[in-house]
Ligand binder design. Sequence first.
Ligand code: FVH
Length: 311
Amino acid sequence: MNANSTDSTDSTSDTSTTDSSAKTPVTLLGLGDMGIALGRAWLAAGHPLTVWNRTPEKAGPLTAEGARAVATPAEAVAAASGPVVLCLLDDASVSETLEGVDLRGKDVVNLTTNTPAEGRRRAAWASERGARFLDGGIMAVPPMIGIPETGGYVFYSGDRALLEQHRETLEVPAGVTFVGEDAGHAALHDIALLSAMTGMFAGITHAFALVEPEKDLDRARFAGLLAEWLGIMSGSAQDLAAQLESGDYEEGVVSNLAMMATANETFVATAREQSVDPRLLVPFIDVMRQRVDQGYGDEGLAGTVGLIRSE
Ligand code: FVH
């Protein structure tokens, strides 16, 4: 129940809170792969769990482990005395699920992937309806949930008091990383990291396409070398941050853009030799070349950031 709630003795609530050792009840809407994994983690940690899913049959595995399934989102939310967690497909499915549901006095935690603007709009929407709101971006896949050693965590942004009140509960499925009271910042961090990952996947795909015809090449050994190299080079993110922060785009530059632009020509020539379409690399190569052509060949990558921004 959130701090603004006026009715802490609601007889429809999930559990009594007289036992101070009792775990906070959780209400979970959405039982896809991720919702099921979250639910299992809370049940395993002893949290009373109420669940709802559009396709009711999917609640089966969780009710078998002790969850209570209800027929409607309204019923689930009305009974909630702890966080109401949403783990649905997208922002539109959140709108559909919570349409007409009374959220007054509730603590809504949205773990549905969304954009920063959707996160901010959802926070305003929840506030208009009398609820506290946290948005979350899950940095884990379902098998990582509830297993701290995997390093999975969730970016949260929005109502800090809500987070602190329910921190222990939210830490059960995955680590908690709060990134500010702007409700859009969880999605911004989530999507920024996933976008970088997409670029990495593109690079890995291109690398394997290059070596694919070489039948005597040990793919597992190659994969190990590739992963190690990507790990080493990921340190460049800190160099970029330092340059953007200082405004000096030549600060600490080891490999300058002019050199990289020339090397890129060799990358494209090698792709052609190996019968690989270089289209996964070319867009970024073009941006680097544009910056060099503008006369900034002594810089590192920081100047390319401004080139792809539209304002
Ligand atoms: N699974 C993953 O690896 C990633 C890891 C990072 C975070 N994502 C995000 O988590 C959200 C849920 O993902 P999921 O894996 O559980 O997704 P699905 O298995 O496809 O389940 C989708 C659930 O959403 C329900 N749903 C869809 N549309 C509606 C709707 N219009 N109204 C109500 N519910 C809806 C769906 O219900 P049903 O099809 O079973 O009836 C599922 O419960 C997601 O944002 C990922 O980006 C997961």
